[in-house]
Write a protein that binds this ligand. Structure first.
Ligand code: NAD
Length: 443
């Protein structure tokens, strides 16, 4: 099949590369000239494991191409995916649909043959109706269908997720459109990936409901972690104890500094806006958003408490800055709020991340970015584990302790057992169980 992808960001690039790997002919379009020029030279603009090889292999096979010219990509395409951004609209938190509608208008202007127009971007319920209206207004006679096909991939595991999805959701109003979509996903369908065909509005809603539910699960265990700290429980055991219940499931029960990233924060807020507009309040999601926002700053205060009496002039090393491991994405990363709280309290902040330092630099200009975890820790008063990169899971804690000025480890991901941390001579502060000792603290 011939496929065009409009928007070559995280989702567009991964989808395009995977579709071409299935054997389809794919052209990825982006307005960003520098991005397309880089991709044509084989330079991948994002960090995603396995993506560079996948892109190179399919370019070499002649199945994957990049362009800034939408007209050329759309001509002859049987499926045209819209994978542009839907950020939070400044000021009110609604999803900003200007890129989606802009892309729809550009497609409409170039549409010749029969095609499905597929919104892969995460869009509020009813967006497909508006895309259809734009299309019908511009080309009333075109044989074109508008379909919703939300994407569930996770950054850091995007290729695996795309190729082995838990489910494929297709929201289509016509059987002809559903048939074309089945053809697009045939290789996965043959692999027995469940294909869920729903109405277009339902598909749009499924994506938001899924993200809101996952955000709720994270936030739930984070609050239970706070309670464990207060009453002397151990959150990891609680998570295991409830997660083994098949009705609950063990995934997304890892307490931490709060969810961030390019999806959960904006999607939960956008869902609330849809709920508000339709007089169907989602009070649980409202609470989740509030609790998570407060939590990121609370983590900064937790570090300050671990520093002892006077934070001003102390040095704190943050290890891991991206919102999660295996990505260089800094969007809404908890590290941003933690840095703000620390800097407001007069703390000098250092940072290290295996992949996201270039992205972090403009966001946290006063943070001294270091070349490695040991460089960041040397002379510091506290080391804070913010993101659980594999590279940060087996640090030489004794070496770290020996190089520090005051010996405090704040483990916001519970990577290290407190006993191991203490044996290395560091005071342990973590999530979901009370801090155990005051070694190294001057409080
Ligand atoms: N990032 C994720 O993990 C993820 C997962 C699932 C769903 N989503 C959703 O997918 C959508 C895309 O997210 P992303 O992270 O890939 O965004 P992104 O910001 O990384 O990429 C969007 C790209 O679209 C391009 N673009 C915008 N308008 C264009 C136009 N008219 N023509 C051509 N290119 C255009 C931009 O230049 C940019 O490169 C969003 O709705 C997001 O919520 C993202």
């Amino acid at each position: 099949m011939r496929i065009a992808i409009i928007g070559t960001g995280y989702v567009g690039l991964v989808s395009g590369a995977c579709f071409s790997d299935f054997g389809h002919n794919v052209v990825c379009v982006d307005k960003d000239v520098a991005k397309i020029e880089a991709l044509e030279r084989g330079v991948i603009p994002i960090f995603e494991p396995g993506l560079a090889q996948l892109v190179a292999r399919n370019i070499a096979a002649g199945r994957l191409a990049f362009t800034t010219k939408l007209a050329a990509a759309v001509a002859g395409a049987e499926a045209i995916f819209i994978a542009v951004g839907t950020p939070s609209r400044r000021g009110d938190g609604h999803a900003d649909l200007s890129y989606v509608y802009g892309a729809a208008r550009e497609i409409a202007a170039e549409l010749k043959g029969p095609a499905v127009i597929v919104t892969k971007s995460t869009v509020p319920v009813g967006t497909g109706d508006e895309v259809e209206r734009i299309l019908r207004e511009a080309v009333p006679a075109a044989r074109a269908w508008v379909v919703s096909n939300p994407e569930f991939l996770r950054e850091g595991a995007a290729i695996e997720d795309f190729k082995h999805p838990d489910r494929i959701v297709i929201g289509a109003e016509d059987s002809e459109a559903a048939e074309i979509m089945r053809e697009v996903y045939r290789p996965l369908y043959l692999n027995k990936a469940p294909l869920l065909i729903t109405s277009r509005r339902t598909a749009e809603l499924i994506k938001y409901a899924a993200n809101a539910f996952l955000a709720t699960k994270i936030t739930f265990i984070n609050e239970i972690a706070d309670l464990c700290e207060a009453v002397g429980g151990e959150v990891q055991d609680v998570a295991r104890g409830i997660g083994l219940d098949g009705r609950i499931g063990s995934k997304f029960l890892h307490p931490g500094p709060g969810y961030g990233g390019s999806c959960f924060p904006k999607d939960t807020v956008a869902l609330l806006k849809t709920a508000e507009d339709n007089h169907a309040p989602l009070r649980i999601v409202e609470a989740v958003v509030k609790v998570n926002d407060a939590r990121k700053r609370a983590m900064g205060r937790k570090v300050i408490r671990a520093l002892g009496k006077e934070p001003r002039g102390k040095i704190v090393a943050l290890l891991g800055l991206a919102f999660k491991p295996n990505t260089d994405d800094m969007r809404e990363a908890p590290s941003i709020d933690i840095v703000r709280v620390l800097e407001d309290a007069g703390v000098q902040v250092r940072g290290y991340d295996p992949e996201s330092m270039e992205q972090a630099r403009p966001i946290m200009p006063d943070v001294e970015l270091c070349s490695g975890p040991y460089e960041a820790a040397a002379g510091a008063d506290a080391v804070v584990l913010v993101t659980e990169w594999d590279q940060l899971r087996a640090l030489d804690l004794e070496r770290i302790a020996a190089s520090m000025r005051r010996k405090v480890l704040v483990d916001l991901r519970n990577i290290y057992p407190p006993e191991e941390v203490e044996e290395a001579g560091l005071a342990w502060h973590g999530i979901g169980r009370p801090a155990r000792s005051i070694v190294g603290s001057d409080g």
